[in-house]
Write a protein of this length. Structure first.
Length: 294
């Protein structure tokens, strides 16, 4: 990572709670919205790190995360909820609204917002995803580590269905906002990961990108004089660069990851220089990924 990215990581890591550092990183890091999402659907957050930092740390609310386990997507949604509750530019009208018609759930709305500066009303669909670039049957696709989640399919569903639900089911909205016209918007956060040989040759390496390789390639592709973080919990994927984590050398990393990948698809790895600077992050995947586990 370049010097600017190193300073960003350092500043975020100095925040006093995991909840707040995850939140600031989630707000600051670029979206991974692919080109097939129409421009009018794309939602941009304030990406100024200093302004975001001051705004959130000046808020008098306590940063309390739910101690119970939550899936990564739900946890990230909680972070966004706190952000919209704290940002003076927005009036949060609805969050996680179940749309029920004829006693069945026909859809759900993530966020309905009023932009207090523009006067516009926004229906925002939010998702956080981590996709790996891979060739399947001669085609380039981006897969989630589980291989069940394809980026193109997810984006198509978000654009064609979920982003339209506030308009399609406007009659199911609360009475106070039923007659408002909500602009559909999409915010897709997370990171994209490239085969390690492609990653090493990539000219521009963005802060929300990384590499992937199979566990049997570790000895050929990893730098033996580096240190590593081994990220085993998905809840750490948002901001995996915390200095409080245990540093591992190559041998320990290799042995631990091989054991873990006997029963799971992936583990996230952060690579560090001997001086502690972050190099990058990526996924180690099991040897025959993306074939189904036996």
């Amino acid at each position: 990572m370049n010097a600017k990215d190193q300073l960003t990581i350092k500043k975020v890591d100095e925040l006093n709670t995991k909840f707040l550092s995850d939140l600031v990183w989630l707000i600051y890091s670029p979206a991974i919205t692919p080109k097939q999402v129409p421009l009018e659907l794309r939602f941009k957050l304030n990406a100024n790190l200093e302004q975001t930092y001051k705004q959130l740390t000046s808020n008098k609310k306590e940063y309390i995360a739910d101690k119970k386990y939550k899936p990564l997507g739900k946890y990230a949604e909680d972070l966004m909820l706190f952000y919209f509750q704290s940002d003076p530019r927005y009036n949060l009208l609805v969050h996680n609204l179940q749309l029920i018609e004829d006693q069945r759930t026909v859809g759900e709305l993530d966020f309905l917002l009023e932009n207090l500066r523009t006067g516009k009303f926004i229906h925002l669909e939010f998702a956080i995803k981590f996709y790996l670039k891979v060739e399947i049957n001669g085609k380039t696709v981006f897969l989630g580590p589980s291989t069940k989640d394809w980026m193109q399919r997810k984006v198509n569903k978000l654009v064609s269905t979920q982003c339209q639900n506030a308009r399609t089911y406007s009659h199911l909205l609360p009475l106070s906002i039923k007659n408002q016209e909500f602009e559909p918007k999409l915010l897709l956060k997370g990171a994209l990961f490239y085969p390690i040989e492609d990653w090493e040759n990539k000219q521009e390496k963005k802060i929300n990108e990384g590499w992937w390789c199979t566990v049997d390639m570790v000895a050929q592709t990893f730098i033996d004089n580096c240190n590593y973080y081994l990220i085993t919990k998905k809840e750490e994927w948002i901001f995996p660069f915390r200095r409080s984590q245990q540093l591992l050398d190559f041998q320990v990393l290799s042995s631990h990851s091989k054991v873990l990948l006997e029963s799971r698809n992936e583990v996230m790895i952060v690579r560090l220089k001997p001086n502690g600077d972050i190099i990058d992050r990526g996924f180690l995947v099991r040897q025959n990924w993306p074939e189904p586990m036996q």
